[in-house]
Each structure stands twice: as structure tokens, then as C-alpha cells.
Design a protein around this ligand. Structure first.
Ligand SMILES: O=C(O)CCC(=O)C(=O)O
Length: 260
């Protein structure tokens, strides 16, 4: 997918973009169906006593769904990543991020580069909506332009990548009233700069889930700051990398795609 010069300007200025109808129709329905089979194979019903990780996240969804893998490895968002990150791209995260009805817990202000900080800090998070996401069912809220201030220092709460998964890295913001909701129709995608401050409210709907396919893309040579600057392992999707372990990562999944 190509971005227009206006979209590139908006991203530079605001730190996020909404792309309409990246997925639609049968493609969206089938991909959602595969995601749900994977979800129900792993997850219990929503439990207010359980952690965010237990209730809301299913990591490495591209290992469990062929359609997600195709979308992650070679879908329109990879082209978007080439525009915004550069010619050498790896996948850095694939997961389902679900806020199911009944999950009324808010998620505080944070930057995605706080969790598993990467250098260079050019990564993007893409959130493809599997449901319409609005204020009632817990869409994201963003602080436009907040990425321009760079990384908020959360190192006091984080010394290793391993801690990142469970650490609370939420931060205070001083211009809360500038926040805007990022409302999406199913099939739309939001694209966030890794320094953009964002949060979400709980899902206050009684009958609607808020399901997101979360895919993160990074420079192919990006390293993990809190992991002795080791290269972030992820599938090389475009261009080249200086790290053989990244070049080799998940090659068997590409081979599977080619032979079937
Ligand atoms: O899905 C949500 O409601 C918030 C999660 C989020 O912002 C993230 O995973 O970065």
C-alpha cells in the first residue's frame, strides 16, 4: 500500500494515521475466523481477576493462522512500513489484542517503544480492527504529536526485556485534554509511531467486543536496548540485514507459504 504525501506529512506531524478498509469482505471475515479459532484454543472466558496478558493477549498469532501470516509477512501494511520505517523491514511482534465485552479495565498512557525498547526508534505499531472500535467499546486514544518529544524514560521500572511483559510502564501526561479517540471500522488500521503516547478505556459496551490484530514492524537491524543491544529477532520481510540470525529467523514459515 502506498501512502500519499499528505499521509506522510500527517504521520510526521501527528505520529499516527488511520488507513481505511485495509481488509474487507470475505478476507476480513476469514482472517477473523482463523484468529477466533486460535483464541478459543488457548483462552478461557474473560476473568476480571486475571491479568491483562491472560485476558487480552495472544502472542505470535502468525504461528497459528496462515491468513494472519500472509497479512503480516506480505500484506498492505508491509508497504506502509517501507514508507515509514525504510527499505529494510522485519516483523517485530504479532499478537491479538482483545478487549472483550466485560473487560472494563483501562490501559494507561504509554509508548510502545517503552515495552521492549528498540534502536533505531523508528518502529511502527499497526492495529487492524476486527470489530468496529469506538469510545464505548474501548478504542485507543492518542496524544497527537506526542511522539516528537521522543522516549519517556521508564528505565527505573525496567531493566531487562524479560521484565517488559509484566511491567507497568504507564506515564503521566500533562495535556490530557488534547487526546483524541481513534475510532475504526472493522478492517481499518491505525498506524502509530513507536513514541506516540496512547491509552485506552475499558470496554463499556454490554454486547460488543473490541478485537485488534496488532502487528509491529521495525528496521531490520533494530536492536533491543534493554537486552545488551542484541538484535530483535523477527522475520526479515523486505531488504537486508547485517544480522544472520535475523536473516535466518522463521525462514521455514516462508518456505511453507511457497510450497502450499
Ligand atoms: O488494546 C488496548 O486497549 C491497549 C493496548 C495498547 O495500547 C498496546 O498494546 O500498545
Amino acid at each position: 500500500m502506498k501512502l500519499t504525501s499528505q499521509q506522510l506529512e500527517r504521520f510526521t506531524e501527528d505520529g499516527y494515521l488511520v488507513l481505511k478498509r485495509v481488509l474487507s469482505g470475505e478476507r476480513l471475515a476469514k482472517l477473523t475466523e482463523e484468529c477466533m479459532s486460535a483464541w478459543f484454543a488457548e483462552k478461557e472466558d474473560f476473568d476480571p481477576e486475571a491479568t491483562w496478558l491472560q485476558n487480552s493477549l495472544l502472542p505470535d498469532i502468525h504461528h497459528r493462522s496462515r491468513l494472519v501470516r500472509d497479512y503480516y509477512f506480505d500484506g498492505p501494511l508491509v508497504g506502509v512500513a517501507e514508507h515509514l520505517v525504510g527499505p529494510n523491514i522485519k516483523g517485530a511482534t504479532s499478537q491479538l489484542t482483545f478487549k472483550l465485552k466485560g473487560n472494563i479495565k483501562p490501559f494507561g498512557w504509554h509508548q510502545d517503544n517503552g515495552y521492549g525498547q528498540l534502536d533505531p526508534a523508528t518502529a511502527i505499531s499497526t492495529l487492524t480492527a476486527l470489530d468496529d472500535a469506538d469510545i464505548e467499546n474501548g478504542c485507543l486514544w492518542v496524544l497527537p504529536g506526542s511522539h516528537q518529544a521522543g522516549q519517556v524514560d521508564v528505565s527505573d521500572r525496567l531493566s531487562t526485556e524479560a521484565k517488559a511483559a509484566g511491567a507497568d510502564l504507564s506515564v503521566e501526561v500533562d495535556r490530557e485534554s488534547d487526546a483524541v479517540p481513534v475510532q475504526l471500522s472493522a478492517g481499518d488500521a491505525a498506524v502509530l509511531h513507536c513514541h506516540l503516547l496512547h491509552r485506552s478505556e475499558g470496554n463499556l459496551s454490554t454486547d460488543r467486543d473490541r478485537r485488534i490484530l496488532f502487528l509491529r514492524y521495525a528496521d531490520a537491524d533494530a536492536v533491543e536496548v534493554y537486552n545488551a543491544r542484541q538484535p530483535r529477532l523477527g522475520p526479515l520481510l523486505r531488504g537486508k540485514t547485517r544480522y544472520p540470525e535475523v536473516a535466518a529467523f522463521e525462514r521455514e514459515l516462508f518456505a511453507e507459504n511457497e510450497t502450499s
